[in-house]
Design a protein around this ligand. Structure first.
Ligand code: NAD
Length: 471
């Protein structure tokens, strides 16, 4: 086992924190670029190991590993390499009337020592992506991957150890106890990706040290299929976005609100899209290599219980509904006739189960969305621009996709994050860099008549004049 995985959290933290002052001086543009290049190269050198690990952890298809794990991290690194010089450049601030004669700049300074806690669902992308942002910002990092994907955690540990020195980045393996032990230490920033429940714990723990936090959380991301949607394209996009990674995606469509006027043809298109992607029969779908497995027996049981509860309450399956415990396989499942008392409409589903819920008009669907916590993503499938704009403006969510789902994750020039229950702060590209940076204003005196305003005060006349002029 690598040295870094057996050192205690206190030991690891102390070593990294001891280097903060030195890093502020020495970890400049060339050194950060070098670290980012080394990380990129180590990922490239371990591609086969990444493929094998994710396949072992939950039978993630190779195409999905390449597209949703390796590509986003490499794109994040390439984007940082291209833009880092500009991000790091001190920004001049224009003088204000009251500070004429002074020079003002804003300098992005590394926050210091950062803790990154990652979930299991995209183990590589959601640990090494934030790591790239932290390195770009000049921080040292302790990374804690998820205990639910042990093979991936091993590869991540190896990649970090290969690419980066131990006084810059260390992986601490372990579960809840390790996570809690790390959260007890006075990190300067905590970047957490995971559930809203654990997000609350993280924020409370960070508050004790007044550490800043980025919380990339989850929740129920709804889809609206409007009366004017291109139903075939919408169904294909929704099926892909929902069943990739077997629905274990933070921004996967959680459920679909479909306009009553197009409900029947939409369901027919959805069924056809699923059949085309994963096979027409139950046997074909089960044999499909393009559908990932559920990560753990607990999550398998949780999902099957959600389906059973819905069916017991009168919901019907358009397709799917069956699972195989020993393989942790659940068929792509579409539920109709669910109601708000059921778990599938209350909890984040996080699996290949998609309730489709009919709605009457825009007010109806907006009221239903407003009744829940603010989602990480809201997807609108509709060709009528004015309806799209109305839905967008009246709703609040981390992000909006119009006639598209998931893809905003891949756009480095967009901030990625939630609002309220779906998160605090943002990641990706410049916003990832900013999350790990402190914008430090530096004000420098050159020639100011400030002495005139120091005691002993020369009566009120001059001050009154200044008050008028400097407004
Ligand atoms: P999780 O919250 O259970 O675990 C995330 C991490 O927190 C793991 O490393 C785990 O070890 C640690 N952890 C668990 N319990 C803890 C505790 N009590 N105290 C301290 N640390 C603890 O999340 P998960 O099951 O790994 O991931 C699924 C959730 O993550 C979903 O809600 C999903 O929507 C969300 N998610 C969000 C994003 C995003 O970018 N916004 C991305 C992926 C997943």
């Amino acid at each position: 086992m690598d040295q870094s995985t057996i050192a205690t959290p206190e030991h690891v933290f102390a070593r990294l924190a001891a280097g903060n002052a030195r890093r502020r001086l020495r970890f400049g543009l060339p050194a950060r670029r070098e670290a980012l290049r080394a990380l990129s190269e180590a990922i490239r050198n371990n591609e086969d190991e990444i493929l094998a690990a994710l396949s072992a952890d939950f039978a993630k298809p190779e195409a999905e590993i390449r597209l949703t794990e390796i590509l986003p991290v490499q794109a994040e690194i390439a984007h940082a390499l291209r833009n880092l010089k500009r991000w790091m450049r001190p920004r001049r601030a224009r003088p204000t009337r009251a500070t004429l004669g002074m020079r003002a700049r804003i300098i992005s300074e590394p926050k210091g020592t950062a803790l990154i806690i990652a979930p299991w669902n995209y183990p590589v992308a959601l640990s090494l992506g934030p790591l790239a942002s932290a390195l770009a910002a000049g921080c040292a990092v302790v990374l804690k991957p998820s205990e639910l994907t042990p093979a991936s955690t091993e590869v991540i540990t190896r990649i970090v150890a290969e690419a980066l020195p131990e006084d810059l980045a260390v992986v601490c393996q372990g579960g809840v106890e390790m996570s809690q032990a790390l959260l007890d230490l006075p990190f300067d920033h905590v970047f957490f990706t995971g559930s809203p429940r654990v997000g609350r714990i993280v924020m409370e723990k960070a508050a004790r040290h007044l550490a800043s936090v980025t919380l990339e959380l989850g929740g129920k991301s709804p889809v609206i299929v409007g009366p004017g949607a291109d139903l075939k394209k919408a169904a294909r996009m929704i099926a892909w976005a929902k069943f990739s990674n077997a629905g274990q995606t933070c921004i996967a469509p959680d459920h679909v609100f479909v306009s009553k006027s197009v409900e029947a043809p939409f369901l027919a298109e959805l069924k056809a899209a699923i059949a085309k992607m994963y096979g027409r029969t139950e046997e074909a779908q089960e044999a499909s290599r393009d559908l990932a497995r559920i990560v753990s027996p607990d999550h398998f049981a949780r999902l099957m219980a959600l389906v059973a509860e819905a069916e017991a309450g009168g919901a019907r399956t358009l397709t799917g509904g069956k699972g195989q415990a020993e393989k942790r396989y659940i068929a792509p499942t579409v539920l109709m006739g669910t109601d708000p008392s059921m778990g599938v409409e209350r909890e984040e589903i996080f699996g290949p189960v998609l309730p489709v819920i009919p709605f009457g008009d825009a007010e109806d669907v907006l009221a239903r969305i407003e009744a829940g916590p603010r989602p990480l993503a809201l997807y609108i499938f509709e060709r009528d621009r004015s309806l799209v704009e109305r839905l967008r403006r009246a709703s609040s969510s981390g992000a909006v996709g119009v006639n598209v789902a998931l893809v905003h994750y891949f756009h480095q020039n967009l901030p990625f994050g939630g609002i309220g229950n779906s998160g605090v702060g943002a990641a990706h590209g410049y916003w990832g860099f900013a999350a790990f940076s402190h914008d430090k204003p530096v004000l420098e005196n050159r020639f100011t008549p400030l002495g005139l305003f120091m005691p002993p005060y020369r009566g009120a006349r001059l001050v009154k004049l200044a008050q008028r002029l400097l407004r």
